[in-house]
Design a protein around this ligand. Structure first.
Ligand SMILES: Nc1ncnc2c1ncn2[C@@H]1O[C@H](COP(=O)(O)OP(=O)(O)OP(=O)(O)O)[C@@H](O)[C@H]1O
Length: 820
């Protein structure tokens, strides 16, 4: 099985790995493993250590090192009334500080071994490593759904249960308030048994991962609701992770046609920094894991990967990682996960058979091979492709309320923020899926979502288990969890298998097949004349059909070879035209004729194809809504570049034109500001004056109306008075008894009185008034009295009168020159 190392491999491989033959006796039975101490995490010193140890013998993965005692799962302290007492909050175990976890470097680090030596197949899987109940149903059902599998797990509680549930629905008991609605999910699970939980929510996804699909299983929920219990479990109830490992080996055992390379990594996201839980704490702190790449091609480096070949190997890796995890006692959970943890298994597989062809290990390039980050370690060979998939098992940190502890508060802030981002990302994905939109999804807002981007974008089969605490004190948190679960259910998936093909080997295989077919065809053609005499008409038809099929297959293979050559040549030299078709002159005329016909048909169909492609190209949107993330990222990068260029242009414009123009504008504005103010002031004054004018006119109109009424009353009175001939009476005037009109009428009396007043002021004025007054009064029949004239015919002098009250009124005099 082992191949002598070449000189180059000696240089490249610092630590030579020599696989040890494994015997059944050395294997750990599943019970041994399951009964082993829990996948314990760093805990506070108050937790009593477990005395249990693994009974399993060391496998190749188990390094010779001192096995430290692992603490067991602490039990909650309960008070006499059954309520959980809140233990004092200890500090988070510091990385690099004393840790019970072993930190020795594993020899199974994938960068140190030759993957060809660590292949697992149905022959090498040990009986104790497999689950017995992996059935055909689990193997078949995983591929049928393009939706996220969403399940709810209700933690058992002694307190009154606020929720009523069936196997697929859950509803808040009306006596505890009004929940938004009844929620429906794929599975609602209760109780403490982890086996049915695994079967319902995880098994099909583990099988999908083994068959080449990326698969993600994650637990989401409020703190202390049972996420870690569901994923890791405890001594008596092994969780999804240990059970998955058993199914992986069971799957391999059931698949004799393939061989597998299994490698795991384990990381945590703590306060938005990614730590490699398999590296030494010092190394992990000094060199946090970085996320590289975009869209579906995300690579995490530096991230240690360990190759495993047995269940014991998995357990060892898990144990080491768990030992480095950050947990702490909080107000709600004695051993709360303070980080999101991701356990990843990369599964590479290819068809078996390489050993036979290569006469041994199947190794093409023995020894160490520099790995492509994130790429396959196995080599495709002999035309067989390598399938690579990743199974990610994620234990999210629990969302939580504020706590009194400062350190916990800081952690809680990061935890809640990243969970919020996860919720937003899932909400947007669900909206996009529901409404056929392609809105921007903020994957980059947290490490967790960035890392999950390829999976959440639909690249993986996803199963989410949301854990809730059914107590009435946690209704708000439970509703929030259920709403999250409901959103993620709407996310659309379109996972597909990914394969790496060894093109050269494939072409070689095609060539061999063509040779073989040609040989058989030639034999049949040579026999044809003699055969046709012996065979019945029907047999002749069948014979001819078989020969046609052979020719068709030869054509198909030739086309495949030509296509791949064309692709290769195009790749190596973009400007070179495609290689012309090669004609094999060893062919019989019949075959050549067939080839010619096929070639014509191909040319016709290609012409049609070119036309339709050209049309599609013209009609194509800039970026289709279902474009892969890589395309979107590419477009974003291009647009960012364009924006940068535009910014440069804008800056140049700003410097050379924008600034001077702005200065001119400011000067002009300043100059015109005073003028504008003055104009505005004048306009304002005019408006005030106009208002005043309107007011005065109105006043004058009212005065004139009153005067007109008085005038008319006076005129009728005077007429009546004159008609009575009472003007001659001379009674002493009083207010009640006004002076009677003198001979000549009241007008004469009035003129007399006016004259007397002027004379009293200035003796000369009486004559002047009589001589120069412009007043004209008409009292004769031909010249009607002013009192008889219609008011409208008079000139409007009211404003003038108002403004210059001291000016003499424009009175009109009669013939006697008496003012009225
Ligand atoms: N279904 C269950 N049956 C029995 N015990 C359970 C169940 N779910 C949880 N528990 C117990 O409840 C406690 C808290 O569970 P766990 O640590 O799994 O919560 P968590 O959601 O992971 O919390 P955190 O987010 O704080 O890490 C543990 O002691 C666990 O054993």
């Amino acid at each position: 099985m082992s191949v002598p190392p070449t000189p180059s491999s000696k240089i490249a491989r610092p630590v030579l790995y020599t696989p040890k033959p494994r015997t059944l006796s050395a294997a750990a039975s599943f019970d041994d493993v399951i009964r082993a101490p829990p996948l314990s995490r760093s805990t506070n010193s108050s937790v009593p250590p477990s005395t249990k140890k693994y009974k399993a013998a060391l496998t190749t993965e188990a390094r010779p090192r001192a096995t430290s005692l692992r603490p067991g799962t602490p039990k909650k302290t309960s008070s006499s009334d059954g309520t959980q007492s809140r233990p004092k909050t200890p500090t988070t175990p510091k990385r690099g500080g004393p840790s019970p976890a072993p930190t020795a470097v594993s020899e199974m680090d994938v960068s140190r071994i030759d993957p060809e030596d660590a292949l697992v197949d149905f022959e090498t899987v040990e009986a104790g490593d497999i689950s017995v109940d992996l059935d055909d149903l689990s193997l078949r059902t995983y591929g049928e759904e393009d939706k996220v599998l969403v399940s709810i797990r209700i933690k058992p509680t002694d307190a009154p249960n606020a929720w009523g549930a069936t196997s697929t629905s859950i509803k808040l008991d009306p006596q505890y308030g009004k929940a938004p609605q009844e929620f429906h999910f794929d599975e609602i699970l209760t109780g403490s048994d982890n086996k049915p939980v695994y079967t319902a929510v995880a098994r099909s996804h583990v099988c999908a991962a083994m068959d080449g699909y990326n698969a993600v299983i994650f637990a989401y929920g409020q703190t202390a609701s049972g996420k870690t219990f569901t994923l890791s479990g405890d001594d008596d109830h092994p969780g999804i992770i240990p059970r998955s490992m058993k199914d992986i080996f069971a799957y391999i055992k059931r698949t004799p046609t393939r061989e597998y390379l299994l490698r795991c990594s384990y990381l945590e996201i703590y306060n938005e920094v990614i730590h490699d839980l398999l590296a030494s704490p010092a190394m992990s702190t000094a060199q946090p894991v970085q996320i590289h790449g975009a869209g579906p091609d995300i690579v995490l480096t530096p991230l240690r990967e360990e190759v495993v070949t047995s269940l014991k190997g998995f357990k060892e890796v898990l144990e080491r990682g768990e030992g480095n995890r950050r947990t702490a006692s909080t107000d709600w959970n004695e051993r709360s996960s303070r980080s999101h943890s991701v356990f990843r298994v990369v599964i590479e597989s290819r068809e078996r058979g390489a050993r036979d062809e290569d006469g041994g290990s199947g190794r093409q390039t023995p020894g160490y091979r520099p790995p492509t980050p994130g790429g396959a370690r196995l080599q495709a060979r002999g035309g067989r492709s390598v399938q690579t998939s990743v199974l990610s098992l994620i234990d999210l940190a629990g969302s939580e309320k504020a706590t009194s502890d400062k350190e916990r508060t800081r952690e809680g802030k990061y935890i809640n923020t990243s969970l919020l981002t996860l919720g937003t990302v899932i909400g947007t994905l669900a909206e996009n899926a529901a409404k056929g939109r392609s809105d921007h999804v903020p994957f980059r807002n947290s490490k967790l979502t960035r890392m999950l981007q390829p999976s959440l974008s639909g690249d993986a089969r996803i199963s989410v288990i949301c854990t809730i605490n059914p107590s009435k004190d946690a209704i708000t948190e439970s509703v929030s969890t259920l709403l999250f679960a409901q959103r993620i259910k709407r996310v659309q998936l379109h996972a597909s298998k990914k394969e790496v093909v060894d093109t050269a080997a494939l072409l070689e295989r095609y060539r061999k097949e063509i040779e073989e077919l040609k040989r058989r065809l030639a034999e049949r053609e040579a026999d044809a004349p003699s055969k046709s005499r012996r065979l019945s008409a029907r047999e002749q038809l069948e014979e001819s059909k078989a020969m046609r099929d052979m020719s068709a297959r030869i054509r198909q293979l030739t086309k495949l070879i030509l296509t791949s050559q064309t692709v290769d040549e195009t790749k190596s030299d973009q400007s070179r035209p495609a290689s012309p078709s090669k004609v094999d002159f060893d062919m019989t005329p019949y075959q050549l004729q067939q080839e010619l016909l096929a070639a014509r048909r191909q040319i016709d169909s290609q012409a049609t194809q070119i036309l339709s492609l050209e049309e599609a190209l013209l009609a194509r949107p800039v970026l289709p809504p279902d474009a892969p993330e890589s395309e979107k990222d590419k477009l974003l990068t291009e647009q960012a570049k364009t924006i940068r260029e535009l910014e440069i242009v804008v800056t140049g414009y700003e410097n050379s034109l924008g600034e001077p123009l702005r200065k001119v504008k400011e000067d002009v504005e300043r100059e015109w500001a005073d003028k504008l103010a003055l104009e505005a002031k004048i306009r304002e004054e005019k408006e005030v004056w106009a208002d005043e004018l309107v007011r005065q006119l109105e006043k004058e109109r009212r005065t004139r109306m009153r005067l007109e009424e008085e005038r008319q009353a006076l005129a009728s009175f005077v007429k009546k008075f004159d008609a009575l001939g009472l003007g001659g009476l001379s009674l002493p005037p009083t207010k009640l008894n006004p002076p009677l009109p003198t001979p000549g009428g009241a007008a004469a009396v009035f003129a007399e009185r006016q004259r007397n007043r002027l004379l009293a002021m200035d003796p000369g004025m009486g004559a002047l008034a009589e001589a120069e007054s412009p007043m004209r009064v008409a009292v004769s029949a031909a010249e009607p009295s002013l009192l008889d004239e219609p008011w409208d015919a008079l000139e409007d002098v009211s404003v003038e009168m108002e403004r210059t009250p001291r000016m003499p009124s424009p009175l009109v005099r009669n013939k006697e020159n008496l003012p009225l």
